[in-house]
Design a protein around this ligand. Structure first.
Ligand code: SAM
Length: 226
């Protein structure tokens, strides 16, 4: 498909006054949205979220989405990554989120909590075979306490790793969002045992002020090893 044009922030600046009913925090959020070139580009290019650009950039760099791939997209709402996987040639995408995701041709959508005990069996049944790529952009609601937020997101990412090891086909890939904070050592060790390459990446679309980054693991070694 045609490469998306990656937005630039030059020349944009919209200020937002704090109206009586608008808190300073929501005015800041609104100003950031209005001044964010990725938000504008997402609207223009028909992506459901600015997050779509993060996967586009990761895919440009790591060639994650192979033509005909089966992709599992964890934490999919509102569906930006799912759109990217479909538009870049995945043959099937299973998208899971706590929130409702509007229907998207080429994707199967499941509104559910990935941490539910019966979820691995349900997802394996829905996938109907091994996956080529497991993506997790899951993020719990942040508490504002960095250490707590870090532990919570790593816990979700660790569950995604365990699931990826269970469902990936040899050679498959895995991507998960984490926050910088240092407690993901065990997860990285686990990934290194099961994948040929493990890297950290901060795509340009990920806001500089956010401690978010992505773990990218390539070349799943298969379940008999490690
Ligand atoms: N990748 C998405 C896109 O491109 O539109 C954005 C994902 S958003 C940053 C994170 C999502 O993770 C939220 O929609 C949230 O509901 C979901 N999430 C958090 N915990 C979850 C869980 N336990 N099970 C399923 N989804 C979860």
């Amino acid at each position: 498909m045609k490469r998306p044009s990656i937005p630039s922030s030059r020349g944009l600046s919209v200020s937002v006054k704090t109206a009586k009913r608008r808190s300073a925090a929501s005015a800041r959020w609104l100003a950031r949205q209005l001044n964010d070139p990725y938000v504008t580009a997402a609207k223009q290019q028909g992506w459901r979220s600015r997050a779509a650009f993060k996967l586009l950039e990761l895919d440009d760099r790591f060639h994650l989405i192979k033509r005909g791939a089966r992709v599992l997209d964890l934490g999919a709402a509102p569906g930006g990554w799912t759109q990217v996987a479909v538009r870049r040639g995945a043959s099937s995408v299973l998208a899971v989120d706590l929130l409702q995701v509007d229907p998207l041709p080429g994707a199967t959508i499941l509104q559910a909590d990935f941490t539910d005990a019966d979820m691995p069996e349900r997802l394996v049944a829905l996938l109907g075979g091994e996956a080529d790529l497991v993506l997790s952009d899951m993020a719990p609601n942040t508490t504002g306490h960095a250490a707590t937020d870090h532990i919570r997101i790593v816990a979700l990412a660790e569950m995604a790793v365990d699931f990826a090891i269970r469902v990936l086909t040899p050679g498959g890939g895995f991507v998960a969002k984490v926050f910088q904070g240092g407690s993901e050592r065990q997860m990285l060790d686990n990934l290194k045992r099961h994948f040929a390459q493990v890297k950290h990446a901060k795509p340009p679309a990920s806001r500089k002020e956010s401690s978010e980054l992505y773990v990218v693991a390539l070349g799943f070694k298969g379940r008999t090893e490690g």
